[in-house]
Design a binder for this molecule. Structure first.
Ligand code: SF4
Length: 286
């Protein structure tokens, strides 16, 4: 039986699919339960309430409930939400998670060479207006077949190209640009697509910058904040786990400051910490 949520105006209903969106975005108030999320602390004050309301907006299945007077306080321009900065680029979380991608995160890279969306949220006109105000979209990168969601609507709205690996291209056959094989490919001056087959045959990671880089990992890797480890999951591997292990090894020599996955927690690494974490992961799964 699920643990009860804290008494108060925010509650989780039976529609919850346990996607993790709420507790990844707002861990102060939401937490994983045995089979669905729970409200571990009711928000207190305006800023905390707005954060919880944005988690409610991000939920892909309307499983978070609040009273009508609180719902009115939902910030109009809450998403995208700034996560980190890299020289010449900002990275923001888009919210508006999609049930079709099981609530996977999508990330917006705002950069002088043109903004790039990494995986896609559900279609949202308010979010599209915000992205337009930030300069629109030059490209969409789809990390793998599971997280393509409403890619057609986003591509049409911004007239931008979509990238996907050819091994997963049947999930987005309209994609204009394909990457083949296992070799990394630079797109623009600061973004690298790194094929990391395993979770699916066409999984790829996206690296922003080379030094103290931001790594968008799709479902190839994520951070487990309870155990403080980088996870490559055999349970959630849909294609070939030995290949996924080889793909993890490919990332060992990167200099990663931020890991931003599709699912699971995001994490900031101090210099040198990435290699130790990946060594630990490889020792665990090999
Ligand atoms: S975001 Fe919604 S569906 Fe996902 S875990 Fe939270 S309440 Fe459940």
């Amino acid at each position: 039986m699920d643990a009860p949520s804290a008494d108060g105006p925010f509650q989780i209903n039976g529609r919850c699919i346990d996607c993790g969106t709420c507790w990844q975005f707002d861990p102060q108030h939401f937490a994983p339960g045995p089979s669905r999320a729970l409200v571990q602390h009711q928000p207190c004050g305006r800023l905390e309430t707005e954060r919880a309301l944005l988690a409610m907006q991000a939920c892909p299945v309307a499983a978070i409930e609040a009273t009508p007077d609180l719902r009115q306080l939902t910030p109009v321009d809450g998403f995208p939400d700034l996560v980190c900065e890299h020289p010449a680029a900002q990275v923001l979380y888009c919210g508006w998670a999609s049930k079709r991608s099981f609530g996977a995160c999508s990330w917006l890279v705002v950069r002088p060479d043109g903004n790039v969306l990494i995986d896609v949220p559900r279609w949202s006109a308010p979010l599209a207006r915000r992205i337009k105000a930030l300069g629109g979209l030059a490209a969409i990168v789809l990390t793998h077949r599971d997280d393509v969601s409403d890619h057609a609507k986003w591509a049409q709205a911004f007239g931008c190209e979509r990238w996907i690996h050819s091994a997963d291209a049947d999930a987005a056959p309209e994609a204009e640009r394909l990457i083949d094989g296992d070799d990394a490919m630079r797109i623009g001056s600061d973004l690298t697509l790194i094929p990391t087959p395993g979770h699916t045959a066409g999984s790829l990671c996206v690296q922003l910058g080379q030094s103290r880089s931001v790594l968008f990992s799709g479902d190839h890797l994520w951070w487990n904040s309870e155990q403080q480890v980088v996870v490559a999951s055999r349970t959630y591997c849909w294609w070939n786990f030995p290949e996924q292990i080889r793909s993890v090894r490919k990332l060992l020599d990167l200099d990663v400051a931020w890991l931003l996955p599709g699912h699971g927690h995001r994490h900031h690494f101090e210099p040198g910490e990435w290699r130790r974490a990946i060594d630990q992961t490889l020792a665990w799964i090999s």
